[in-house]
Write a protein that binds this ligand. Structure first.
Ligand code: BG6
Length: 296
């Protein structure tokens, strides 16, 4: 269902039989809402989010492509999150079966403007699926369509903002004992010690070669998010905490307490595609009551 969202921007609403839903803005190819069958919002979007170009929407699931972070010549996190995507009415077949599921196919292609800042031709197809039961799946297929024989290289992230009740009561499982690059310490490499990850100050880390499943436990709401990923070896964990939050104009001063970014990503080893080659990267999210989770 295509309709008008904030500031008249086009958005698509996906609905599932039990009442779960998701919303996707064509601006950014950006998921801005994911609700369970009780209508509870599972993603964080800032009250101060600006739904208007040229800035990406603060919250939801921004797509970072072709550059994660500010490592490189492009703007921070690349341009895909601030471009207008279109609906792809005739996508090539996907390997996964999407029958009985609500989904939308979007596409972003190089524009003549963007070729000036990133001199490559590409087709980026994004399928967003809301499965029965409310799981949210994002599948990206990026193809090099250069006609000059040139390969291109990119980094990537699904920059998911999870809505959490109280960040100081949240635990992340699946990243313990892994190596990470610490963005707060000149991207130096460290090894995570000890138990599950908890939060008591600013965090900005890129965990390397992680397991495919990561759990985010929101104790107060007795809810566990499960993130499963494929083709995306790394995982970024970010919370700006109080000081940094105050410096971000489109984030309320106290909102950092209710958000946690855990991002399925490919950062350490960029992906290179020759002309005609395609890369796939997939993320699946589910939200389950904690008591149903293993180990609870
Ligand atoms: C995270 C980065 O992924 O995104 C952080 O690791 C960055 O360094 C954050 O601050 C937010 O970025 P932006 O551009 O959306 O403000």
């Amino acid at each position: 269902e295509l309709c008008k969202g904030i500031n008249g921007l086009d958005k698509i609403i996906l609905r599932e039989v039990r009442g779960c839903s998701a919303e996707v803005y064509l601006f950014g190819g950006h998921v801005t809402s994911w609700k369970n069958e009780h209508g509870e919002e599972l993603l964080f979007v800032s009250n101060k989010a600006i739904f208007k170009p040229p800035k990406a929407i603060r919250g939801g699931i921004p797509i970072c492509f072709p550059q994660f972070s500010n490592l490189g010549s492009l703007e921070q996190h690349g341009f895909a999150r601030t471009r207008f995507w279109t609906i792809d009415n005739d996508p090539p077949p996907f390997p996964t079966n999407s029958s009985n599921k609500a989904f939308i196919d979007l596409i972003l292609k190089h524009s003549e403007e963007d070729v000036k800042i990133w001199p490559h031709r590409y087709e980026f197809r994004l399928r967003i699926t809301l499965g029965p039961g409310g799981d949210l799946m994002l599948t990206s297929r990026i193809r090099n369509t250069n006609t000059d024989g040139k390969s291109f290289t990119f980094t990537f992230a699904y920059h998911t903002y999870f809505h959490v009740t109280d960040i100081s009561e949240v635990r992340v499982e699946g990243l313990e004992t892994l190596d990470y690059l610490d963005n707060l310490k000149n991207r130096e490499r460290f090894t995570e010690q000890g138990d599950a990850i908890v939060f008591e100050s600013e965090v900005d880390k890129v965990y390397l070669s992680t397991p495919t499943k990561i759990a985010i436990l929101d104790h107060e709401r007795k809810r566990t998010f499960e993130l499963r990923k494929d083709g995306l070896p790394d995982a970024v964990v970010w919370n700006p905490w109080d000081k940094k939050a105050k410096a971000i104009p489109d984030l309320g001063d106290d909102e950092y307490k209710h958000m946690l970014c855990v991002e399925a990503a490919c950062v350490e080893k960029p992906i290179t595609l020759k002309p005609g080659e395609e890369w796939r990267g997939r993320q699946e999210l589910s939200a389950v009551p904690s008591s149903y989770c293993s180990g609870q």
